[in-house]
Design a protein around this ligand. Structure first.
Ligand code: HEC
Length: 230
């Protein structure tokens, strides 16, 4: 009788000892764990096999996203001087580009620079911002290159427009700003150029599903098709 009592106590203690080692945070024995744990990596998951245990990686250095082109002039006074002297507007001075530029200028720039580019926008008249120059300011002597540069990086009190506008849109605004400058200086209007196919990536190029035949010249599309079929 006594030994049965001891045995029961013994079994109970053993049972407690076994159960107390159980960690609720850890899964218990699993039958075919593949069924519970996905073998594939989650996009932002943490896995020891990766550097910093991070599955999501930065793009390789030098990667260029679709629809974007690197801008080689640095954000400094020297970069601005360099762009002022050497950077030219790559898109033709056409009626369409100027009209687009005017629309975008009215949206983004006119509040400060004024519809005429004389630095008397509505925010200046209401004294919300100071020091907005006129585009014919002789001391600044803006050029196509410098206008693009300040739109890209901003300058002092003026912010960058790189995130709101595409490359092509900035060059369209640029044409319009230079036309305002000419007007302020009393120069004759510049003659329009012939339309040509733009070599710049536009927002539309970022859409990889779009039918390339819509934008490319017919001849080139056919060539591309034969190339891929071979
Ligand atoms: C919030 C007001 C504001 C807006 C909006 C604005 N600018 Fe400016 N801009 C300024 C101010 C202020 C300066 C003078 C900055 C300085 O040099 O201190 C300036 C300077 C400039 C200059 C002369 C830069 C130089 O080389 O000295 C150009 C060109 C220019 N802006 C173009 C633009 C264009 C194009 C847009 C629209 C895409 C625009 N700005 C939008 C406030 C503005």
């Amino acid at each position: 009788m006594r030994s049965l009592f001891h045995k029961t106590i013994g079994f109970c203690l053993l049972g407690v000892a076994v159960v107390s080692c159980n960690d609720k945070e850890d899964p218990n024995y699993q039958y075919m764990p593949d069924m519970y744990e996905s073998v594939g990596y989650e996009t932002y998951g943490e896995y020891k096999v990766f550097e910093n245990a991070q599955e999501a990686k930065l793009p390789v250095e030098g990667s260029i996203p679709r629809g974007w082109m690197p801008y080689d002039y640095e954000n400094s006074a020297a970069g601005l001087a360099n762009a002022k002297a050497n950077l030219n507007n790559p898109i033709p001075y056409t009626q369409d580009n100027l009209a687009e530029g005017k629309g975008l200028y009215t949206i983004y720039c006119a509040v400060c620079h004024g519809d005429k580019g004389d630095g008397k926008g509505i925010l200046v008249e209401r004294e919300k911002i100071l020091g907005v120059p006129s585009y014919d300011d002789a001391g600044r002597a803006i050029t196509e290159g410098s206008v693009y540069h300040v739109m890209y990086y901003g300058i002092n009190n003026m912010g960058s427009y790189a995130s709101q506008t595409s490359i092509e849109e900035r060059w369209q605004i640029d044409h319009y700003v230079m036309s305002l400058k000419d007007k302020l200086e009393g120069k004759p209007e510049r003659e329009f150029e012939e339309e040509q196919t733009s070599l710049l990536p536009s927002r539309a190029d970022a859409n990889i599903y779009e039918d390339a035949g819509d934008t490319a010249a017919e001849g080139t599309t056919e060539n591309n098709q034969t190339e891929t079929q071979e």
